[in-house]
Design a protein around this ligand. Structure first.
Ligand SMILES: [Zn+2]
Length: 379
């Protein structure tokens, strides 16, 4: 067997209700820190989702600057503006509490505070040369797994999604508190949960870095997510199911942090860039088409995953089950339903096939015509 590596965050706390005791989990990395830059978004702030964590920090004596400026598909300008606020506050610790956009932004802010390297030189794989300040990530959706990945996605210019991937971006602490996900509407629970399932599926078929540990994480992720995704859509208050979803999404993150995602994500990104379709829904929309396309090369892996979740062991069963879940949970399943004009499909295909960093992981090569056929089949 060829050598491989498996990295993850050094401290992962699964603590339902833990956000209200956040200060108590901070530990060694933050011992000498006093000034906290607390990053979230306006919706979570207005809903009071972050109140318990803020109270915990203030009671423990931290100076906290709350910034709720994060917007979806983090634009580079927003990331830099937020970093300037963090600098002005002389922040010593960055806490990101929110969805993938918030956690991705927090990662970059922590890296920019820790060195003089400009963001423009950080894009790509292993390009960060400096250190970062202490970083804590607290997800409020069960989807991206960003709390345990070394990746941050930034939108550059109007529509270009660029990735920063570096071990520097693993946080010191990931706190998983299922009570933070209780209020998620069914459609968000579904789309983000399907995204997490895609992480597991794509990591399991990742061509270059797939390894026994990423496989184990992907398998357990898929089982937990499959078992609970419909439960949380039917009853959002089912805290046990919520916790299993959060653990499943984290495991999916661990899987793809080490065995990267591929064509589903490559085809999903242009939908986010060009039409601001949320990341989870973008993935869910293109998933059946890409699975159909890949099945020729990944039949054995898909069949294995199908049997793992109680289906008969064929790629067909896995594809049909993913379609069924999207329909059963009521999310959109066609591009025509989410405001994408048919005339845009060639542009989407052109953008998708340029995302080499993802496509090199795909079990099959994807040409422009292949990508276009995938989009057309789910239009
Ligand atoms: Zn994803």
């Amino acid at each position: 067997m060829n050598g491989f590596e498996f990295r993850t965050a050094p401290n992962i706390q699964i603590q339902t209700g833990g956000a209200e005791r956040l200060a108590g989990f901070l530990g060694r990395a933050t011992l000498s820190t006093k000034r906290v830059f607390f990053l979230t978004d306006q919706v979570l702030l207005d809903l009071g989702v972050v109140d318990g964590a803020l109270q915990s920090l203030r009671e423990a004596g931290f100076d906290v600057h709350v910034c709720a400026d994060v917007v979806p598909d983090p634009p580079e300008g927003m990331v830099l503006a937020v970093t300037q606020l963090a600098e002005e506050f002389q922040s010593e610790l960055v806490i990101g509490m929110g969805g993938g956009s918030t956690m991705d932004t927090a990662k970059i802010v922590a890296a920019l505070l820790g060195s003089d390297q400009p963001l423009s030189q950080m894009y790509g794989v292993n390009q960060i040369t400096g250190e970062r300040v202490p970083l804590v990530l607290v997800p409020t959706t069960a989807g991206t797994g960003s709390e345990v990945t070394p990746v941050s996605i930034v939108t550059v210019g109007d529509t270009r999604k660029m990735g920063v991937s570096s071990p520097v971006l693993y946080p010191d602490l990931a706190l998983l508190d299922a009570s933070l996900t209780i209020g998620l509407p069914p459609k968000v629970s579904s789309a983000t949960g399907i995204d997490a399932m895609v992480h597991a599926i794509e990591a399991f078929t990742s061509r270059i870095k797939k390894n026994p540990m990423s496989d184990a994480a992907a398998e357990l992720a898929l089982r937990k997510l499959h078992k609970n995704i419909e439960r949380v859509c039917v009853d959002g208050n089912d805290i046990q199911a919520r916790e299993q979803m959060l653990i499943g999404a984290m495991l999916g993150g661990q899987a793809f942090a080490n065995a990267p995602v591929a064509a589903v994500h490559a085809l999903a990104y242009p939908l986010g860039s060009l039409y601001h379709i949320p990341h989870g829904l973008s993935n869910s929309l293109v998933l059946p088409a890409v699975l159909e396309f890949n099945a020729k090369a990944a039949e054995d892996e898909y069949a294995h995953l199908a049997s793992l979740i109680g289906l008969n062991g064929t790629s067909r069963a896995l594809i049909d089950e993913m379609k069924r879940i999207a329909e059963a949970t009521g999310i959109e399943t066609r591009l025509s339903e989410v405001g994408v004009p048919e005339s845009a499909l060639p542009k989407l295909a052109k953008d998708a096939i340029e995302i080499d960093r993802l496509l090199i992981n795909n079990p099959r090569e994807v040409t422009f015509d292949d990508a276009l056929a995938c989009y057309s089949s789910v239009y």
